[in-house]
Design a protein around this ligand. Structure first.
Ligand SMILES: [Zn+2]
Length: 315
């Protein structure tokens, strides 16, 4: 049997057929058409799945062989397959499962993309073999997923695991959610950029500015990590601040959930050992039970395929 995984993103939809050993055996993609109504977007995904099923390429690629279909969405979804909110797709309270099942009558599951990535890592990635893990994506925003005994824990209403909107600093930076001081405002790539822009305004001599030809709007997280590597003191200051916020957040996760492993994904995690070494050093300061072994902190090992594999594993 095969499972179909659909990774629905803001710019593209990746669709793959995954075999029983969690390998993608066929894959295709279509652009995200936010200009189309929801129903037409689903029709395109259904067409893409039919295009993928080609027994001439692999005898397993038939509709009969499809055990289930799963989708990861950049937003909130309920256990009964309704996408409550997917801002960058223009979806609000859309019946994704029922719409799909009216086209292809197979079990259909949908979950948040960070939960899906967390599940993928726990089966085929860095947290494989663990019984509890927390996955945190450090991107434009913050996503997170909790896996307990091989299952996504997303709470009573299916909306749990939103680490990005825990308040880290009372009265802090305003957040898109309407609150202030959320983790997302201090631990995302967007946060690094904001902190760097504030600093270069006060320290225009910083190497950061020359790296972006004097245009502060071109600063991104990679520029800050590169400037830190070459010893720029302003970049070092921003990096330290960022690592402290992230370490405090991950320590709160540990104090609250005591997971076996915490996985960092998303664009910021591409900083690799530079980030990992600093976070591993800082984080135990804020963990309550220091005499016990600390949870492992690792960088995600699955890349873009995590969205397809994790979605296919939904059940
Ligand atoms: Zn928030």
């Amino acid at each position: 049997m095969i499972r179909i995984g659909i990774d629905i993103g803001g710019t593209g939809v990746q669709i793959g057929a995954v075999d029983e050993s969690n390998q993608i055996i066929a894959q295709s993609s279509i652009p995200t058409r936010t200009d189309l109504p929801f129903e037409a977007q689903v029709d395109q995904m259904v067409d893409c799945i039919h295009g993928l099923l080609n027994p001439d390429l692999n005898p397993a690629l038939t509709l009969d062989q499809v055990a289930s279909i799963g989708a990861g969405v950049p937003g909130l979804a309920t256990a009964d397959g309704i996408v409550i909110n997917c801002t960058n797709l223009g979806w609000h309270h859309v019946p994704l499962r029922d719409k799909f099942r009216s086209k292809i009558d197979k079990p259909f599951f949908v979950d948040n993309d960070a939960n899906v990535a967390a599940l993928a890592e726990s089966v085929a990635g860095v947290s494989a073999g663990t019984t509890s893990s927390v996955f945190v994506t450090l991107g434009t925003g913050i996503g997170s997923g909790i896996i307990i005994n091989g299952k996504i824990w997303n709470g009573f209403h299916g909306i749990g695991g939103e680490l990005g909107h825990m308040i880290l600093k009372s009265g802090g930076e305003p957040c898109s959610c309407g609150n202030r001081g959320c983790v997302e405002r201090y631990c995302s790539a967007t946060a690094i950029i904001r902190m760097a822009r504030e600093q270069v305004e006060m320290h225009p001599e910083s190497q950061i500015l020359s790296m972006v030809q004097g245009d502060a709007s071109k600063i991104n997280a990679k520029v800050i990590f590169d400037a830190k590597r070459s010893g720029d003191p302003v970049a070092e200051y921003v990096f330290r601040d960022y690592v402290t916020y992230l370490a405090q957040t991950l320590a709160s996760v540990t104090n609250f959930l005591d997971p076996e492993i915490i996985i960092l994904g998303g664009g910021v995690s591409k900083a690799g050992t530079l980030l990992l070494d600093a976070v591993r050093e800082e984080f135990p300061k804020y963990v309550l039970f220091k005499e016990l072994s600390m949870p492992r902190i690792e960088i995600a090992t699955l890349s873009s395929e995590a969205g397809i594999i994790g979605a296919a594993m939904l059940s």
